[in-house]
Design a protein around this ligand. Sequence first.
Ligand SMILES: [Mg+2]
Ligand SMILES: [Zn+2]
Length: 232
Amino acid sequence: MPMAYRRLMKVHQLPSGAVAWPLSPPQQSPPNALSILAFAQSLKTIFLDRDGVINENRVDHVKSWEEFRFIPGAVKAISHLTAAGVRLFVITNQAAINRGIMTTGQVDELNSRMVEVIRQHGGWIESVIYCPHRPEDGCGCRKPAPGLFFRAAEQFHVNLSEALVIGDALADIDAGRAAGCAGMFVLTGRGREQVKALGPEYRGVPVAADLLAATQLLLGQNVGPRHRIPTS
Ligand SMILES: [Mg+2]
Ligand SMILES: [Zn+2]
């Protein structure tokens, strides 16, 4: 293990759920965890992918609230991030709309219920921003395209250079990076499968077991002693 990384673990005990770099070949470097922690100091905004990060993925789309299952620890993680003063947005591809499987009204209702449960637990999602298009529609907002991030920047005055995207797919990381954000990968959802394709170009992207582990990595172990519930 490189010296810098060993030193990091000493001064800043990595949470048990955090995965350093589970990839082969072994000659690959561990993630630049020192820089992600330094970055955490200036971190203002986190873009969360939805399916596979906050809730369980479904191959046939999450079509209703009945099919929506929070990933264990995700709601807690979001409340910790809110308590730490991080602005949070959900950025999600919802091709079910243009495939005619769901209406925008149904997607909006599902997202509202998700946001409401999160709010009841002390977390706050400022907005859920989604792309309704299918891959073949050739839009500029379906991840890995960065359009949704630019929309967030414009509409909500997010400084993309102080933002991080957390996703379970390479498309999330690619989209965020194309918009100038840092990226962080989780192994929930499609993550276990997608991580196999992580080439050297993703060397600086930290990998965490899930959103809670990612949050612990960013905020340290003593996350979220207080909860700030927005009044509006
Ligand atoms: Mg996903
Ligand atoms: Zn789109």
